[in-house]
Ligand binder design. Structure first.
Ligand code: BGC
Length: 753
């Protein structure tokens, strides 16, 4: 399709009109030119196609669809293939329903456990979030349906999400908040990207040329269109110029008229408008020309896939032997969630589920009994419910309590106030655990919770919000039909107060300062060596794994090289299982303030009992680099780097080292205020050393020794290093003159330059 030719035939009004929706979910069509409308729908973990009354809050009904595990659960799978398979299914469902773009994945970083929308997001770690997003996009787009990776950028809270400004420094943006988008955009070319509601350092995301154009298109090569989050447009003309192409939903012509006016009065170049129209039409026609008439939305088939997916995501947090259950064990399912599971979050991702499976409904009623334990509706009668549960728990081998967060505790639109579960559930767990040491807790929640009872229970299975087939999947994992293989994509802190953003999370008014900088999640907890409830990457299995034979293919890594890291992993237990092997890079001493280690690779490996496999990782410059705001580039610093292989960020099984022959951070311009240490570091040429030598030695005399008394040579050297050049005049025993120092500065600047 010659999109340029079509644009050339469009009137100014038609072009301006095309830059906003025709209603809540459709782009505009232009009949006389054969431009079709295109439908978009939420995402991200199911199809929320609204036929009738439209809204973006998940209030009105959408067509019946299949609810897959939400982002929080999907990321815990650490399984790229699984995310791609889910993506393929969503893509096919969209084809069958005529939906051109599914709005997701949502890759915002989990800065705090409080974010109401954490359940939709993947991780506190940008590498993992990026890998998961790229995998899902790959799946959806393989079916010729577009994705809309969202919400760009730094939208890590719901509180005042439409007006707050996320204040973050360049390094934090580059290292934490941008990479998930970067990975997905560069690798999988999402058809569209959704800008967020908030501002970034004062500038609305919708109007942020730096992000929407300079970085997104200029640096990463994005070639789709940018769509506003629903209602995120603030000043239509300025937004268009910044790179915000499609306004959603419709603004009833108001903003279109602003565009027309601006072109007419010359304040907006028509090429800018044409460019946006072209971008939108490219996608509209890409979908239109690749419609798959044979695609079917087979809800039963997809429900089965949702069950398989859910089982792959569940994380066994603790197990002292009560799990897996045996078929002939007497078991009590306790808790309202056993009968009516919580499996998805509230808001725009809310799916009108085709059917929902509850664990109790599918349980073998001969072996399993049920007690409600708590009510999700009323507080009255709580004591009686607990007593009934305790009585039942006494009579069975294993009580399994289904607990977690009720719907109102977390949702799009508001943040949590705390990390606690309902008090009545905590009480129930404590009382049951008192009478039966085999007590197991199954959790349904979208974000970490405190577990005051953790030491008194035998096991904990974290199912997160696992989608509509949660019940069947939970049974499979509880009974060992599926060996759990999920690992946490986020840290479970002991207390909310431990979280690095705790003091300033919601911000003051509209100002939200990201003061923890790059120290998000385990980057903070591990650097501070803080105890946590469960660390990032943690997840148990019914089998055990041995890590062995770590090999690095070189001792010295030159920039531009690829470092090959390999190791062997063996299933040393009695049943088949999958392990998530994680690779962390640990920079040694650095000029910059850096986290102790960062995830740079992971592989999910499936092993039969006794089987051994080799796992290989490849590391490149960027895996060692930090972002240097001064040069506005990634910087690989010379030094020793640890290569850590672990089953979590706190369970490092193998460690090696590589010497990275990178650059050294030095001062660019020498002045009288530059320290001697910095001067020594800039240039090691003989001439410079000779000049400096004279100065340095002039500064060290017998009199200094007397003055310093017992101080050590190291101390004197350290003081020397930190002394500005100008001080050589006062401490140099008159050995150098001001003129000599000035000449030295000039000479060194010449050398450095
Ligand atoms: C949400 C988006 C969603 C859109 C459309 C907004 O409120 O932030 O994630 O895609 O509505 O429903």
């Amino acid at each position: 399709m010659d999109v340029k030719a079509i644009v050339a035939k469009m009137t100014l009004e038609e072009k301006a009109g095309l830059c906003s929706g025709s209603d809540f979910w459709h782009t505009k069509g232009v009949e006389r030119l054969g431009i079709p409308r295109m439908m978009v729908s939420d995402g991200p973990h199911g199809l929320r196609k609204q036929d009738d009354a439209a809204d973006h809050l998940g209030i009105n009904d959408s067509i019946k669809a299949v609810c897959f595990p939400a982002g929080c659960a999907a990321a815990a799978s650490f399984d790229r293939g699984l995310l791609t398979r889910i993506g393929e299914i969503l893509g096919e469902e969209c084809q069958a329903e005529g939906v051109g773009v599914i709005l997701g994945p949502a890759v915002n970083i989990k800065r705090s456990p409080l974010c109401g929308r954490n359940f939709e997001y993947y991780s506190e770690d940008p590498y993992l979030a990026g890998e998961m997003a790229a995998s899902q996009i790959k799946g959806v787009q393989s079916k010729n349906v577009g994705t809309s990776i969202k919400h760009f950028l730094a939208n890590s809270q719901e509180h005042r999400r439409m007006s707050s400004s996320s204040q973050l420094d360049e390094r934090t943006a580059r290292e934490i908040y941008l990479p998930a988008f970067e990975r997905a955009v560069k690798g999988e070319k999402p058809w569209t990207l959704m800008c967020s509601y908030n501002r970034i350092n004062g500038v609305y995301a919708a109007q942020n040329r730096k992000y929407l154009t300079d970085i997104l298109r200029g640096e990463w090569g994005f070639d789709g269109f940018v769509v506003s989050d629903w209602g995120a447009v603030n000043e239509r003309v300025a937004d268009l110029e910044a790179g915000m192409d499609l306004e959603m939903p419709a603004s009833f012509g108001h903003n279109d008229r602003e565009i027309v006016k601006a072109v007419r009065d010359g304040s907006l170049k028509e090429e800018v408008l044409d460019r946006a129209v072209e971008r939108i039409l490219n996608i509209v026609f890409r979908f239109e020309e690749n419609r798959d008439k044979a695609a079917v939305f087979d809800r039963e088939r997809d429900h089965e896939a949702a069950r398989e997916a859910a089982a792959e995501c569940m994380v066994l947090l603790k197990n002292e032997g009560a799990l897996p259950l045996k078929k002939d064990d007497t078991v009590a399912f306790i808790g309202a969630f056993a009968e009516k599971p919580r499996y998805q979050g509230g808001g725009s991702s809310h799916i009108n589920s085709h059917k929902v499976e509850a664990a109790w409904e599918l349980a073998d009623k001969k072996q399993v009994k049920y007690a409600m334990g708590y009510s999700l509706k009323e507080e009255a009668g709580a004591e009686r419910l607990i007593m009934e549960a305790v009585e039942l728990a006494k009579r069975v081998k294993v009580p399994v309590i289904f607990a977690g967060l009720p719907e109102a505790y977390e949702s799009e639109g508001y943040d949590r106030e705390h990390m606690r579960m309902p008090e009545v559930q905590n009480l129930l767990i404590e009382q049951v655990a008192k009478v039966n040491p085999n007590t197991v807790v199954v959790l349904h929640n979208g974000s970490p919770v405190e577990m005051p009872w953790i030491d008194s229970v035998n096991g904990v299975l974290e199912t997160y919000l696992a989608g509509e087939a949660v019940g069947g999947a939970t049974l499979k994992v509880l009974y060992g039909e599926v060996n759990p293989s999920g690992h946490l994509a986020e840290t479970f802190p002991l207390h909310l107060e431990d979280n690095p953003s705790y003091l300033f999370y919601r911000g003051e008014g509209d100002t939200v300062e990201y003061r923890e900088g790059v120290f998000v999640g385990y980057r903070y907890y591990d650097t501070k060596k803080m105890p946590v409830l469960f660390p990032f990457g943690h997840g148990l299995s019914y089998t055990t794994f041995a890590y062995d034979n770590l090999k690095l293919d070189r001792e010295v890594f030159e920039t531009g090289d690829t470092l090959k890291v390999s190791l062997e992993i063996t299933n040393t237990g009695a049943c088949a299982g999958k392990e998530v092997v994680q690779l962390y890079v640990a920079p040694g001493k650095s000029w910059a303030i850096r986290p102790v280690h960062e995830l740079k690779g992971f592989e999910k490996i499936s092993l039969q009992p006794g089987e051994t496999k080799t796992v290989t990782f490849f590391l490149k410059d960027r895996d060692f680099a930090y972002y240097d705001p001064e040069t506005r580039d990634w910087f690989v610093e010379k030094g020793m780097y640890g290569i850590e292989i672990g089953a979590s960020c706190r369970d490092i099984r193998l460690a090696g080292e590589v010497s990275v022959n990178g650059g050294r951070k030095t001062v660019k311009k020498i002045t009288m205020d530059t320290t001697l240490g910095d001067i020594f570091d800039i240039d090691r040429s003989e001439e410079a050393r000779a000049l400096l030598g004279k100065v340095v030695f002039a500064g060290i005399s017998d009199r200094d020794d007397e003055l310093l008394g017992e101080s050590t040579k190291e101390m004197r050297e350290a003081m020397m290093r930190d002394m500005p050049l100008r001080n050589v005049l006062s401490f140099g025993d008159g050995a150098v003159t001001l003129e000599e120092l000035k000449a030295l500065v000039e000479k060194l600047n010449g050398l450095a330059g």
